[in-house]
Design a protein around this ligand. Structure first.
Ligand code: ADP
Ligand code: MG
Length: 224
């Protein structure tokens, strides 16, 4: 019943999120019939943005559909995956004056995981951290071994997450951003769960956020 509830929530969310840009597309395509020149161009532009919006939402949902089909679990060093993500997002960070500092243990941090899925999680979390600091700041990414786990911390100096929002993280389509999809954390939570990991948020309004992800190590010798 939990799954059915989630499916219902998702379906309602998708319908709502897709209907808005569709309504707008319908309206502007009508207007376009009688428009010319600069006005027509302006309408095209708006319509293009709505198409991009629909594409973005569907793109994120497809990622959600993938895990069951194509999980590819291998022993991977989490430090390398995170380093690729930091590289990937470095230009976005620079644009908002965010400095990314990687603090990685020299010890290997091997986890049995689907690399692309874990990458998706790290992209979502690091992106959220960058987006939390629109006027810049320090973003620390720390990775170390902790007992039988690998511990990944993403620490930002953004506005923090108030308690009433903390409780809703991971709810499909829950976003406080004007252009957010509210799908990143839902997808991330699902992937981490499938990897037998945990994710937690430590945050107070005005004091930044620390996201901690724990994943079981595969080369610890304690796990088969
Ligand atoms: P989106 O980024 O599209 O809004 P997410 O699922 O990634 O969707 O995040 C949901 C919400 O969680 C965000 O809109 C934001 O309110 C909150 N959030 C997540 N990470 C952070 C963070 N590091 N700092 C502040 N708020 C955050
Ligand atoms: Mg996000």
């Amino acid at each position: 019943s939990e799954k059915l509830k989630m499916a219902g929530q998702l379906a309602a969310g998708i319908a709502h999120e897709i209907r808005n840009p569709l309504t707008s597309l319908k309206g502007f395509s009508k207007l376009l019939m009688n428009a010319t020149g600069e006005q027509a161009e302006r309408y095209y532009e708006i319509m293009d943005q709505e198409f991009v919006r629909i594409e973005m939402i569907l793109g994120e949902l497809l990622v959600l559909a993938k895990p069951q089909q194509t999980s590819d679990y291998r022993a991977q060093d989490v430090r390398l995956i995170m380093h690729e993500v930091a590289d990937l997002l470095s230009s976005q960070a620079i644009l908002s004056n965010v400095i990314i500092q990687e603090q990685m243990t020299p010890e290997p941090c091997i986890v049995r995981c689907d690399k692309n899925q874990l990458k998706q999680v790290f992209v979502n979390i690091v992106k959220n951290a960058i987006e939390a600091m629109p006027t810049g700041g320090l973003l620390v990414i720390a990775i170390e071994r902790d007992g039988e786990d690998v511990m990944v911390k993403v620490v930002d100096q953004g506005g923090g997450i108030p308690e009433n929002i903390l409780r809703r993280l991971g709810e499909p389509f829950f976003t406080t951003k004007e252009k957010g999809t509210g799908l990143g954390l839902m997808i991330s939570h699902k992937i981490i769960e499938e990897h037998d990991g945990h994710i937690r948020y430590d945050s107070r309004s005005g004091e930044g956020t620390t996201v901690t992800i724990r994943l079981p190590q595969s080369s610890g010798g304690h796990r088969v």
